[in-house]
Ligand binder design. Sequence first.
Ligand code: SAM
Ligand code: SF4
Length: 433
Amino acid sequence: MNKKYFVWTSGCQMNVHDSEKIAGIFTETGHHKAEGSDDADVIVLNTCSIREKAEQKFYSEIGRLKKLKKHNPGLKIAVAGCIAQQKGETLFKRFPYVDFVFGPNNIDNMQKWIDGNNVNTALEDNPDYHTKILPVRREGQVRAWVSIMYGCDNFCSYCVVPYTRGRERSRASTDILSEVESLAEEGFKEVILLGQNVNSYGNKSSEDIDFPGLLQKIHDINGIQRVRFVTSHPRDISGRLIRAMKDQPKVCEHVHLPVQSGSSKILGLMNRRYTYKEYKEKIDILRKTIPEIAITTDIIVGFPGEKEEDFQCTINALSEIDYDGIFAFKYSKRPDTKALELPDHIDERTKSDRLSKVLELQEGITYKKNKRLEGNILEILVEGESETDPERLTGRTRSNKIVNFHGDKKDIGELLKVRILEAKQHSLYGEKV
Ligand code: SAM
Ligand code: SF4
């Protein structure tokens, strides 16, 4: 068989990594990667349903594929990811040219479809999914995503993830460690541990291990030089984890800690289970223990019931916490979620207005923080050629800031010292020292 596959991906790091697993299964079954959807024999759309905008993106992509299928009736099309899980078989009605629909916890079951078995969906609970060892075809050769857990039990009132990715399940530490050991043997230098709430790793498993314990074991693997993780839930970030971050030199000084809102009233309605004061206390401990730590966050504006004074609390939080970077979103109504039933939904214009204010404020803060780094000598891990300028290489500081610089291709995969010459809004420019 010499068929070509193409995987289209939308959404979070979890989806990006899932697409690497989908590509891994195609590769193992003798398929080759196509240049694009136009020259593929089989296409998988790996979808995201976190916000309505992501859903719209999928609709326009699948619409485009209708023409391709008309010209090439042998083309096979599958829909994967969170929209697939949520919409299930209804997708066949709306898009009759789709052949297979499978959810994020059923990537292993894609094999049956590839093998030509007469199946058109894989959407079941698949409770052992977290025990499966799947082949992975990774995009880079320096840093690797590694799933440590699947699903989420937090049920934040705005979020579809618990409905699309199911209950929280941790992978066995032995499986994770052997994956990281293989990555180290293949020459990968950095691992990014993935889960919706990594701090609750191991909580529901029969193994006697928690996230800081897992971090220590991964830290001790020879060859791996940097360890990161994403995402941490603010309620569960523990003193033990903060100490582990401080004591384990390979664990990078960056934490993504989504606050969502600066108003404790809104946090309550979001079912986040912390107040802004409690969140701020954790930030203070983090900064006291690891002064050089970079902190980034997610913000939702225009959540139902968000009054002007609540929004002001978010603005104040951004100024007070002085984040290194943020991802900010307008609240988006999602099917099945509790927030749909809340009173006082906010109009689109107010949401857009608030989003602009948040982004504008943060742009200034991020730039100011980047500017402070000018003249500093920092360690970066070189990842490859810069996407924006093929003349330059790109790498990341321990605090996860992107640095572009002129270097040799042989530097790729190396830890280097660079002097920061110029701060930009979203990156830094430096020179090798
Ligand atoms: N598990 C992570 C956490 O709890 O922070 C992140 C999950 S989600 C993939 C990433 C971000 O999307 C969330 O932190 C939140 O800010 C945003 N998000 C989730 N649902 C949303 C919605 N309905 N409307 C707008 N933003 C949303
Ligand atoms: Fe969604 Fe909350 Fe779970 Fe994050 S913790 S995935 S925001 S339900």
